[in-house]
Design a protein around this ligand. Structure first.
Ligand code: ATP
Length: 288
């Protein structure tokens, strides 16, 4: 299977044309999706994005912008919250996700780590990790994977017999990621991994992401912490009120003054106050 940069979307869904005229596809392709909750609340108004294999892509935006909804649309878990895709499509690995059970997607390699580091609080760390191997028939493989996960996430090895609910926020976030790794995903949809964590732990989490990415894992990461997310990402999308308002190479976005002011709270003369940022938001930077 070939993946690559997209220059023309006017082809069969999930397949695209490269600059060299090759027909290839993106690993995850979200095509102009509209999402509605409870039949009435329109949360996404036509979101389009692509995640190339082997890349880290960030989805940035404020509270309620639609980041989690986009991720849930990709992993097909919207129905659990009375949400549905009413327009557009999502393709993972060239296949339309429509009608697929979330477990089927997990088996195919696409897994979501939900916001809020949801772990089984009364189980031990290791029991939580083992619960992530539910799709696996071969139990011996699960033990092998555990050892690998402890090398990626050494903090978990130290607390493997502790009750998950008593571990720190950072350890719980690592546990949520470790449990997802137990399904041997190729694409991880990571929702707000920095939420409520100290800058040092956030850095540690993103370094783990970087290591896993070097091992071949692809990431789509929803984040409000644009500074750290842009530093580790290859490319990024900014979403506002259910619409993508900006996209591009992460390093280039990080260097843009309008992005710094509107999304990172930094002006040329240092940090600007939130009221100014909001004012700047209303003036809207020029999006490309
Ligand atoms: P946050 O970081 O706060 O989760 P977000 O960017 O992930 O923000 P979403 O959670 O996707 O945003 O929310 C997008 C919109 O959809 C918001 O207006 C939100 O109120 C609405 N929404 C999200 N989940 C539901 C739900 N289960 N039922 C109804 N509306 C919802």
């Amino acid at each position: 299977m070939r993946y690559g940069e997209i220059i023309n979307r006017n082809l069969e869904r999930g397949h695209f044309l490269t600059k060299q005229g090759e027909l290839i596809m993106s690993m995850l392709s979200v095509n102009n999706i509209e999402v509605v909750y409870n039949h009435v609340i329109l949360a996404l108004h036509g979101v389009t994005l692509d995640v190339e294999q082997g890349k880290i892509v960030s989805l940035l935006g404020a509270n309620g912008a639609g980041k989690s909804t986009t991720l849930k649309a990709c992993s097909n878990i919207l129905p659990a919250e009375r949400g549905e895709i009413t327009k557009g499509s999502v393709h993972f690995d060239g296949q339309n996700n429509e009608g697929m059970q979330p477990t089927e997607l997990v088996k195919n390699g696409c897994i979501q780590v939900l916001e809020g580091r949801l772990v089984f609080r009364n189980l031990t760390v290791e029991e939580n990790l083992l619960s992530g191997s539910f799709i696996r028939e071969n139990r011996a493989q699960a033990r092998e994977d555990l050892d690998k996960i402890y090398t990626y996430l050494p903090r978990l090895a130290h607390v493997k017999d502790s009750i998950a609910g008593y571990t720190s926020g950072g350890e719980q976030q690592m546990l949520a990621m470790g449990r997802a790794l137990m399904s041997r995903p190729t694409l991880m949809l990571l929702d707000e991994p920095s939420m409520g964590l100290s800058p040092q732990i956030v850095e540690e989490i993103f370094q783990i992401v970087e290591t896993l990415n070097k091992e071949g894992m692809t990431f789509l990461i929803a984040e409000q912490n644009a500074t750290v997310a842009l530093r580790y990402a290859d490319s990024a999308y900014v979403i506002e009120n259910g619409r993508v308002v900006m996209k591009g190479n992460a390093k280039e976005l990080l260097a843009r003054d309008d992005v710094k002011e509107a999304y990172l709270g930094l002006g040329e003369e240092g940090r600007v106050n939130f009221r100014d940022v909001k004012y700047y938001h209303r003036r809207k930077p020029s999006f490309s």
